[in-house]
Design a protein around this ligand. Structure first.
Ligand code: ZN
Length: 288
């Protein structure tokens, strides 16, 4: 009996790496950067996909069902996750990566929402890192020194990008720091770098903007002489192209909002995504 028990223990757990499920590609990369080969990371909403309107697949429930830890963004970003966790029979721990971050509030159509897109703050991202390190240390205590070392190096790289970008923005006058995107994903980036983002859609992408909202934005672009609009990687470019042509502005490029780009391309990690977004914005602003 005893040997059977040991055999079962060996076959089920001892040689398999702990399985961590993340909800979207940006979080998946952060967890991979810290956990490396000590854990297995499976991510649900992939590159260039929209988490706001994601419809979980049957295999997502299967994956979650055998996971040891699930890491979510929180702040209402993944409206579908609680139902999925319940359906999956998940028995591990749930970590909310935004724990301890003071969320921005945003008013849209007279209603106040918490802004879930906190990863666009390079300062808040370092809180994500601390939370992830803590979660992984609890999951694999033997690897605590490794996770802490990875986390520290990662935070340093994130802080360096913030410093470099602040320097590049120094020469851009405040009244030129205006950016138009599809939905309100960049509030934290705006706060940190003194940029003003405007969007026809709210903090979610689940509803098409009304003609009235689009018309008001077009008026504002003309009145404030805003020079460029940006297309988000998770959104249909049609609306932004329409706004650009009606206002005579140019399309300044692609910004990665709620997902990384495909593996092997310019924004396939969190750090590359942030660097790409900031370089795109700075480039357009310096041309104005
Ligand atoms: Zn979003």
């Amino acid at each position: 009996m005893r040997s059977l028990f040991i055999l079962l223990l060996l076959s089920s757990n001892c040689f398999a790496k702990p399985l961590v499920v993340t909800t979207f590609s940006i979080l998946g990369d952060m967890v991979h950067q810290i956990g490396q080969d000590k854990i297995e990371v499976r991510n649900l909403v992939g590159p260039n996909q929209d988490s706001h309107v994601y419809e979980p697949r049957p295999q997502d429930a299967k994956e979650l069902g055998r996971a040891d830890l699930v890491i979510v963004n929180g702040l209402g970003f993944e409206g579908w996750i609680d139902r999925l966790i319940e359906a999956s029979g998940f028995h591990g721990k749930k970590l909310v990566a935004t724990t301890g971050i003071t969320p921005l509030q945003i008013t849209y159509h007279g209603k106040v929402y918490l802004d879930p897109h906190a990863w666009h703050s390079l300062k808040a991202a370092q809180v994500y890192v601390d939370n992830i390190v803590k979660g992984l240390v609890e999951l694999v205590p033997d690897e605590a020194p490794f996770f802490k070392k990875q986390g520290e190096a990662y935070k340093q790289a994130i802080a360096q990008l913030e410093k470099d970008t602040q320097k590049q923005l120094e020469s851009v006058p405040l009244d030129q720091r205006k950016v138009i995107t599809n939905h309100e994903a960049f509030g934290y980036l705006g706060r940190d770098f003194g940029l003003i983002f405007s969007s026809p859609q709210g903090i979610s992408t689940d509803a098409e903007p009304s003609a009235k909202v689009v018309a008001a934005l077009i008026r504002r672009i003309k009145e404030e002489h805003i020079q460029a609009v940006f297309i988000e990687n998770i959104s249909n470019p049609r609306l932004m192209n329409q706004i650009a042509s009606e206002t005579g502005t140019k399309v300044g490029g692609v910004l990665y909002s709620d997902a990384l780009s495909a593996p092997g391309t310019e924004a396939d990690t969190y750090l590359k995504m942030m660097a790409s977004n900031l370089a795109t914005i700075v480039r357009v602003m310096k041309k104005q």
